[in-house]
Design a protein around this ligand. Structure first.
Ligand SMILES: C[S@@+](CC[C@H](N)C(=O)[O-])C[C@H]1O[C@@H](n2cnc3c(N)ncnc32)[C@H](O)[C@@H]1O
Length: 218
């Protein structure tokens, strides 16, 4: 028992150490395939693996002919890395300065990638102003609680309104749709769906594999 705790603590400490090194992104990416197969073996539970998320982002980019990707929540830059040869331009917004700095360095050799540091709710208008046509949005900035960061419950709806009211018919993918619980002031999936579809009648909203997809009707 004590041995188990020790092993777990040691693993955690090792991971924290690894997180500080530049190879952590590559280490995480290595885990994407086992993670995907383990998810299949477990009968495809709600939390979907990163490889599946990458597939969905790639497919929506291709389906709607979108060459610009906007991401909220850069984290270790896994989605940016996976999409870097699929889009002509990638903008990613990260709140935690150390993560943003790390990603900026990581992608410094790729002029078509820009990492913004700040709160996505604030930085979103700056990014929208840069767009010259429709883009694919990958909203993944832990909207309803991200390790220790609670707070702005209106952030998601504010960003959705900004994107949907913008001059171009952007396509939106929102990760972790299961976070839309309909409890403690958080809207439910149906609340979001009916709000968007009534305010923006040309839009359709559906959820599959924990990803909300806001596309164009018809
Ligand atoms: C789930 S991770 C993102 C994973 C990444 N999109 C990927 O696919 O590899 C969530 C990230 O959102 C960031 N975040 C949380 N609140 C934010 C905010 N208000 N603005 C921008 N980023 C935020 C967190 O620091 C964290 O890095």
């Amino acid at each position: 028992m004590l041995g188990d705790y020790f092993a777990e603590d040691t693993l955690k400490a090792l991971r924290r150490l690894l997180q500080r090194t530049p190879v952590y992104g590559a280490y995480k990416a290595l885990g994407h395939y086992p993670d995907y197969w383990y998810w299949i073996l477990r009968g495809r539970p709600a939390r979907s693996p990163h490889l599946l998320k990458q597939k969905v982002v790639r497919e929506y980019g291709e389906k709607f002919g979108l060459k610009t990707l906007v991401e909220t929540g850069t984290y270790y830059g896994e989605m940016v890395a996976a999409m870097k040869n699929r889009f002509d331009r990638i903008y990613s917004i990260e709140f935690v300065p150390a993560l943003a700095e790390r990603a900026s360095k990581k992608f410094a050799r790729h002029p078509h990638i820009r990492i913004f540091c700040g709160d996505s709710r604030v930085v979103m208008s700056e990014v929208l102003a840069l767009l010259q046509g429709p883009a694919l949005f990958w909203l993944d900035a832990g909207y309803y609680g991200w390790v220790g960061m609670q707070g702005d419950q209106q952030r998601l709806s504010a960003e959705l309104e900004m994107i949907l009211s913008h001059s171009y018919p952007h396509i939106i993918l929102l990760d972790d749709a299961r976070g839309l619980t309909g409890q403690n002031g958080i809207p439910s999936v149906n609340d979001v769906k009916s709000h968007i579809e009534s305010k923006f009648p040309q839009r359709s909203v559906e959820v599959q594999f924990d990803i909300m997809r806001i596309t164009l009707r018809g």
